[in-house]
Design a protein around this ligand. Structure first.
Ligand SMILES: Cc1cc2nc3c(=O)[nH]c(=O)nc-3n(C[C@H](O)[C@H](O)[C@H](O)COP(=O)(O)OP(=O)(O)OC[C@H]3O[C@@H](n4cnc5c(N)ncnc54)[C@H](O)[C@@H]3O)c2cc1C
Length: 393
């Protein structure tokens, strides 16, 4: 098999890249280890930045997002039983965030790619990448029981944090930066109308909680848990009990409960691999970096990476100009580190750190929150990072 750009992974990064390349007349083949059904059902991100939404709309895959997505113009910070609204749009010249599940973004992209005749191969196994430092890198994989080689001009490693591409880069090339947080999140999807119109980020002595949503009928909620907790440690009534206690508000507001459709534990990590390139292979999205989900940045960064990569590849195919490809990694990493800092800042402001037996940290976190909700400058800083920066910025 032969293609221009071989893409490993049919998550947001791989699908958006393939879509953007197609619009510029560049062909790609995507291989994905999981089934289509699995990828389209995987519940993960839900908060899209303005720039992500704009890109999806401008490239013709934002129709359903516009009809079914919910635009939000503010978020709430809740602490000591009081609610404080951060008016995101007022503070950022009208920019907003959108609530639309990652699996819905995936479905829209897969539909568009298949309608355009794209090759997406699901349930491939034993993927490998070879000859990365030559002009004909190769993806090997087992497809329908047969071993095949896909010869490419370029390979895009869009295979997530646990993929193979990053690990295929020879030792000594990458520098990695890694921080594992001493807690995680228990996340649930519940069949109940959200008890709020906007996201609530709550900080209490018991730890963090987040009330998010997916649709007018579906709520998405998270509570901070211990690093080594297993989901069996969190029966449904314990989850609801913690949510009630952490989201409590002094004016009698109540949290509505409903059947839990899904639940799971997410670890919290900050990770970056530099550079995001080796020879003719480019890493994008979670394959190169992970942020703790508190800042809602992971999917948005993945989309930003592949926007840069698509631009650079177009320049190469049009004029054999490799300047933008050479600058790909540094163009992405500037925004990756901005998002890392913001995600770390949100995480450290809103979580209780275990082993922290001093009350000082708790008081400092409260002081920081009080500053953010009373200072226009501090609130603006949160807002502009949260809604995100223009994609070309
Ligand atoms: C609980 C939670 C909440 C989140 N909330 C948000 C949010 O609100 N906003 C936000 O922006 N981000 C959020 N994120 C992060 C977001 O989900 C990820 O950053 C995003 O999925 C990254 O996309 P990706 O395409 O880079 O990687 P992935 O989505 O991981 O896709 C990689 C794909 O590659 C495939 N693959 C892996 N190995 C191979 C192989 N060897 N061969 C073939 N295929 C392979 C995988 O099966 C997968 O489909 C959240 C994440 C979690 C866990």
């Amino acid at each position: 098999m032969r293609t221009q750009v071989g893409v490993i992974g049919a998550g947001p990064a791989g699908l958006v890249l393939s879509h953007l390349l197609h619009l510029q007349g560049i062909e790609s083949i995507i291989i994905e280890r999981r089934s289509r059904e699995y990828v389209e059902k995987r519940v993960r991100a839900g908060v899209l930045e303005q720039a992500t939404v704009d890109l999806l709309c401008e490239t013709g895959v934002g129709g359903r997002l516009m009809r079914e997505g919910l635009s939000h113009h503010g978020i709430e910070l809740r602490f000591e039983g009081e609610a404080h609204r951060i008016p995101l749009s007022d503070l950022t010249g009208g920019r907003a965030i959108w609530i639309y599940g990652q699996q819905e973004v995936i479905k829209d992209l897969v539909t568009a790619r298949l309608a355009a005749g794209a090759e997406i191969h699901y349930e491939v196994s034993d993927a490998s990448v070879e000859r990365l430092d030559t002009e004909r890198p190769v993806i090997g994989c087992t497809l329908d029981g047969k071993r095949v080689n896909i010869e490419c001009d370029f390979i895009a490693g869009c295979d997530g944090f646990h993929g193979i591409c990053r690990h295929a880069i020879p030792a000594g090339v990458l520098t990695t930066y890694d921080r594992d947080y001493p807690f995680g999140w228990v996340g649930i999807l519940a069949a109940v109308a959200p008890s709020t119109d906007e996201l609530i980020y709550a900080f209490t002595e018991r730890g963090f909680a987040l009330h998010s949503l997916r649709t007018p009928e579906l709520s998405r909620l998270y509570v901070q848990c211990d690093h080594d907790d297993r989901i069996e440690d969190w029966p449904d009534d314990r989850i609801w009990d913690e949510l009630h206690q952490r989201l409590k508000k002094s004016d009698g507001w109540t949290l509505k409960e409903g059947p839990i459709l899904e639940k799971g534990i997410t670890g919290m990590r900050s990770f970056v691999a530099e550079p995001m390139q080796y020879g003719r292979m480019f890493l994008a999205g979670d394959a190169a970096h992970i942020v703790p989900p508190t800042g809602a940045k992971g999917l948005n960064l993945a989309v930003r990476d592949v926007w840069h990569l698509a631009q650079a590849l177009v320049r190469w195919y049009r004029a054999r100009d490799d300047a933008a490809l050479a600058g790909y990694s540094s163009a992405c990493l500037r925004r990756v580190w901005r998002a890392q800092d913001f995600s770390y800042w949100m995480t450290s402001m809103l979580h209780r750190f275990p082993g922290d037996d001093s009350r000082v940290s708790y008081k400092l976190q409260l002081a920081r929150l009080a500053y953010v909700v009373t200072s226009r400058a501090a609130a603006t800083s949160l807002a502009e990072n949260y809604v995100g920066f223009p994609i070309e910025d």
